[in-house]
Structures are given as C-alpha cells and as structure tokens.
Design a protein around this ligand. Structure first.
Ligand code: SAM
Length: 245
C-alpha cells in the first residue's frame, strides 16, 4: 500500500481505499442505477447524453470507446450511429455495472465488444479510436490525469475526447442545488435503492470534482487541443470536448 492520499467524497483516504470504496458504491447501486438516474435527474440525463452524441460528430463506420460506460446508455446510442461497419467498445472497471450494460446491449440487439478495465490503463493500441467518451465516470477515478492521458493516447489524430460530468453550478442556484443534493438525494437513495451512503458520496464527489475551467486545463495538460466546453442545465453538468491533433 502507498502512503498517497486522495478524496473519496469529502473524506481523505489512501488511494487504494478510494478505488475499493468506489467499487463498493457501484456494485451496490448497479441494479437500481438506471431508475435512480431517471429519478434524480428528472430525466435530464437523457438530454445531456443526447447532446453528447450530437456534439460527438460520430458517423457511420467510426470506432468509438465508451470509458466507464456502465449500463451502456452512450454505447447503445453510438452503436446505432456507427452501424455494422463501425465499432463501439463498452468498458468499465466494475463487474456489476458492466454486466448490466452488457445485458442491455445484447437485449437491444447490439452484441458490442465489452472489456472490464481501468481507465487508467486502457487495453487498446495507440491512435485507434475516432471518438472516446466518458460520462459521469472521471469524477470517480483516482488518477484523473493518468486516465485523461490514456484516453488521449488511444485517439487517432483528428479524433476527439468528450467528457460529460457534473460541474460547478451557476452561483445563484447553488443553495437550492445543495439542499437538493445533500438532503433529497440521499433520502431518495435510501427509499429507492436502500442505500443513502452511495448517494451521499455522489453529492460529495460532485463538489470535489474540478470545475469547468480546471477540467479544461487538465485536458490540455493531457495533450488535448482546442478544448472547449458546454454548460448544461446551468452548469449542473458540463460537456468538455478536446481533439488530438
Ligand atoms: C456514474 S457511473 C456512469 C455510467 C455511464 N457512463 C452513464 O453515464 O450512465 C460511473 C461509472 O464509472 C465507473 N468507473 C469508476 N472508476 C473507474 C475507472 N477507474 N475506470 C473505469 N471505470 C470506472 C464505475 O464503475 C461506474 O460504472
């Protein structure tokens, strides 16, 4: 065990402990993940993801990597776009989330390749993908810089990375948003998924995640170019886009 520490929500923990705790969260919520997503975001996550697909510019025949793809919302949408000539990889570090994702894509008639892997060490060759996406995953990673560098590595020149993640909300909305996330979210988590703790972690991890400008800088440091971002729902979420040139 190293003596390096990081954040797990508001707690400071050893790096190894963070990965273990994140794994516990997603193993615990996997069964109720989709229904909770709809409830918590009042369906908005569907619009945020639809926007991501639109901005991705993914076309028929493209190769797409969905990092931390979980229950496969983005993978499914990309599979419809790229068609039979394209390729979409659904990946995630967590077995429970990935199993649900794999079942979903198969049930919907898209037998996509699936890989259980850590975003910090992607099992793909350099310059392979036209587009790499990570939706609501980066926040949970221990070494975000390493993960971003890996995503950059597997992009072909001209390819783009899209990071959809919770971000810093427009200031006037912060008090209402805090009330919602620290009171209502854990309560809903308890009632629907029998797990208040995981949803408390969600609220805390959002607060600890870099804001719009900081994430933009991190992407630039990972080697991405022309990085820009779109604030969605008053900055509750931001979609960052960067290119490998
Ligand atoms: C909130 S879910 C997002 C799932 C899906 N992308 C979506 O938008 O619905 C976060 C996912 O990140 C995954 N994750 C966390 N750390 C990871 C890592 N280091 N490498 C790959 N996936 C990771 C979790 O297992 C979980 O499935």
């Amino acid at each position: 065990m190293t003596d390096k520490t990081t954040h797990f929500g508001f707690q400071t923990v050893a790096e190894e402990i963070k990965q273990k705790k994140v794994a516990e969260v997603f193993s615990s919520v996997a069964q109720k993940y989709d229904v909770m997503n709809d409830l918590m975001s009042m369906g908005l996550h569907r619009l945020w993801k639809a926007f991501t697909i639109q901005v991705s510019g993914v076309r028929e025949g493209d190769r797409v990597l969905d990092v931390a793809g979980g229950t496969a919302d983005l993978s499914l949408a990309f599979a419809r776009k790229v068609g039979a000539r394209g390729q979409v990889w659904l990946t995630d570090i967590n077995h429970a989330m990935l199993s649900r994702g794999r079942d979903r894509v198969f049930d919907k008639g898209f037998p996509l390749p699936v890989a259980q892997c850590n975003a910090e060490k992607l099992p793909f060759p350099d310059e392979w993908f036209d587009c790499v996406t990570v939706a609501f995953g980066l926040r949970n990673m221990t070494h975000k810089d390493v993960a971003l560098a890996e995503m950059q590595r597997v992009l072909r020149p001209g390819g783009r990375l899209l990071v959809l993640e919770f971000s810093k909300v427009w200031k006037p909305l912060a008090p209402a948003y805090d009330l919602y996330s620290f009171k209502l979210l854990p309560w809903m988590g308890d009632k629907v998924a029998n797990d208040a703790e995981s949803y408390r972690y969600l609220a805390e991890s959002i607060r600890m995640h870099p804001g719009q400008e900081e994430l933009k800088t991190m992407m630039e440091q990972a080697g991405l170019k022309r990085v820009d971002y779109f604030n969605l729902s008053a900055g509750v979420v931001a979609l960052h886009r960067g290119y490998k040139l």
